[in-house]
Design a protein around this ligand. Structure first.
Ligand code: B12
Ligand code: SF4
Length: 512
């Protein structure tokens, strides 16, 4: 009989997300002839909506949320999921989670009655970072630690062959009744050739998963994996922890095989009429030069659609900008992690080892060439003071990026900075992380969580309006309840200034 697999993604965001892993696993299941069903929590309203949060702070344009769809009430989630599982009656239930997703999963999954015959397997970075916590829940039969491609294939193959699932490398096997756990040895990391060997299957996802608001209209956009891993070691980032986790097991940095990139782009352009590509690679320009040149040549010849990339400020050089131009895309949006304008925070807390000067130079160069720019800022770091935050605000004003994303620091499981927070008594182990717009969960002597949230709300007003507005902004910061009208007036003014600013920017001229 055909075997059946049910994929579950407890998406914490109120916008459509295709995880990188599920299409890969779906491709493997398809190859092995399994029937598949997909369920995610995207369309159920969450308690915290970071999109709305960003609109309120002027991070997104007013009206952005209205462009999005209508959501189902959260209370329907349990009954809908239960019905879907009962109807499909899967042999395997496979769940993927990052830490916020896992916390969300725990708000509803314990109430789901999984059929007795179904094997529940869970993986994702949260499982790698917090394996013991996942195992202790006694909700899963198998926890996958680290990369999952070969582990997943082996689980499905053994299941079909009616072989034991107890001793598969890269997994913890859990007896849900007794709580007894078999900790199997880790699996070697995949070679570059192996990573993209599987033909990822996107057929579980309809058009709505690729439709996003962009510049006031809806566009078809595809998140494309072109590399994995990052060579840097920032203390707040999961990449640093994953690198350490893979030590001694093999490769950690991957540049995707170029042929497989173009096979995927062709496929999705045809199937979903994709207009723009957003690379999931966090440091695109750190890939090897020869690879980047070959990529640019082929993008120009075969795709030539707009590109969204992320990189590090140090990688923004005249040479790399020419390389981006050589892709022939009508525009390129470059997102850089800025995080802080305080070198104390960048060096001593974030381990970013970067001078503020380098950040300024990177944006000046991108602005000169007319690239679209995105800047990511964070506030609420351990040891950060109000003065440090104002250094970040000043930097935001100086670099003049088109899009500014502001977040509140969260001590995510796996990150080095979480350990620092715990060691220094700034964090209660049981405290759950919030979304990046939700608020600080640290207890710090020099600044309160309330002050961080207040500064977060008005960050972009301080950064974008003339300094003569500071007394008015400060009123909104310190007494928002009694100054909501003023706040809205200032947000509108901010957008007016941004629009004028945009017109003055130079155009991105591509290579013909
Ligand atoms: C691309 C990316 C995204 C994409 C896609 C996310 C996704 N779910 O695929 C987007 C932009 C949507 C995203 C969003 C967020 N992200 Co993100 N993201 C990444 C990034 C750069 C790469 C992830 C990736 O695609 N890796 C390749 C895939 C194949 O790996 P993988 O997902 O880990 O899966 C492998 C294994 O974990 C395992 N596995 C996974 N699931 C399963 C399931 C089973 C059953 C099995 C057997 C195995 C298995 O096998 C897979 C193949 O090897 C990572 C950094 C990193 N290096 O991980 C951050 C990262 C995962 N993101 C992170 C965060 C915090 C977020 C957000 C919460 C941030 C926010 N703004 O709120 C949101 C979450 C939104 C949501 N929808 O839930 C953190 C997570 C830290 C943590 N402790 O959880 C990371 C580590 C970066 C960081 N700053 O530290 N993200
Ligand atoms: S450069 Fe970015 S992706 Fe790399 S370790 Fe630092 S924060 Fe993480």
């Amino acid at each position: 009989m055909t075997k059946k697999i049910f994929f579950l993604f407890p998406n914490t965001a109120n916008n459509p997300t295709v995880t990188t892993s599920i299409p890969i696993f779906s491709g493997i299941a398809k190859e092995l002839g399994w029937k598949q069903k997909y369920f995610d929590t995207t369309w159920y309203q969450k308690t915290q909506d970071s999109t709305e949060g960003k609109e309120k702070t002027g991070g997104f344009r007013p009206g952005f949320v209205k462009l999005e769809r209508h959501y189902l009430p959260k209370k329907r989630l349990i009954s809908d999921l239960q019905k879907a599982i009962d109807k499909f009656s899967p042999d395997i239930l496979a769940i993927t989670t990052m830490s916020p997703d896992y916390e969300f999963l725990m708000t509803f999954f314990p109430q789901i009655k999984v059929p007795a015959k179904t094997i529940t397997i869970i993986g994702g970075v949260h499982v790698t970072f917090a394996t013991d916590e996942v195992v202790k829940s006694k909700l899963f039969d198998i926890a996958c630690v680290g990369q999952g491609e070969n582990t997943f294939r082996e689980i499905l193959t053994r299941y079909e062959q009616k072989r034991s699932l107890k001793n598969i490398q890269g997994t913890y096997f859990i007896n849900k009744n007794s709580g007894k756990v078999i900790k199997n040895p880790r699996r070697k990391m995949l070679s570059s050739e192996e990573v993209w060997k599987t033909d990822a299957n996107y057929s579980l996802f309809d058009d709505s998963y690729f439709t996003f608001p962009f510049d006031g209209k809806m566009v078809k956009m595809f998140k494309l994996e072109v590399g994995r891993g990052c060579p840097f070691n920032c203390s707040y980032c999961g990449n640093t922890a994953l690198k350490e986790d893979s030590a001694g097991l093999g490769n950690f940095l991957y540049a995707r095989d170029i042929d497989s990139i173009f096979r995927t782009t062709k496929k999705v352009i045809e199937k979903y009429k994709i207009e723009m590509f957003n690379f999931t690679d966090e440091c695109f320009l750190a890939r090897p030069k020869a690879w980047l040149n070959e990529f640019a040549k082929r993008w120009h010849a075969e795709v030539r659609r707009p590109l969204f990339i992320q990189s590090r400020p140090e990688t923004i050089t005249e040479e790399n900008i020419q390389l981006l131009k050589a892709c022939g895309a009508p525009f390129v949006q470059v997102g850089l992690g800025v995080e802080s304008g305080s070198e104390k925070i960048l060096h001593e807390v974030c381990n970013r080892m970067m001078k503020v000067d380098i950040i300024i130079k990177a944006y000046d160069l991108l602005n000169k060439h007319g690239a679209r720019t995105n800047a990511y800022f964070m506030l609420g770091f351990p040891h950060e003071t109000r003065e440090d935050i104002f250094e970040t605000i000043d930097l935001c004003r100086r670099i003049n990026a088109d899009i500014n994303s502001v977040a509140i620091f969260q001590p995510l499981p796996g990150s080095k900075l979480r350990k620092v927070c715990l060691d220094e008594g700034l964090l209660d182990e049981e405290e759950e992380c919030s979304t990046y717009t939700g608020g600080s969960i640290l207890k710090m002597p020099q600044i309160s969580a309330e002050e961080i949230s207040n500064l977060f709300r008005v960050f972009l007003l301080y950064a974008k309006l003339p300094k003569s507005y500071y007394p008015q902004i400060e009123k909104c910061e310190k007494d928002y309840e009694n100054n909501k009208e003023l706040f809205e007036k200032l947000v509108k003014l901010r957008w007016k200034i941004e629009d004028k600013n945009k017109k003055n920017k130079r155009k991105w001229v591509t290579k013909k």
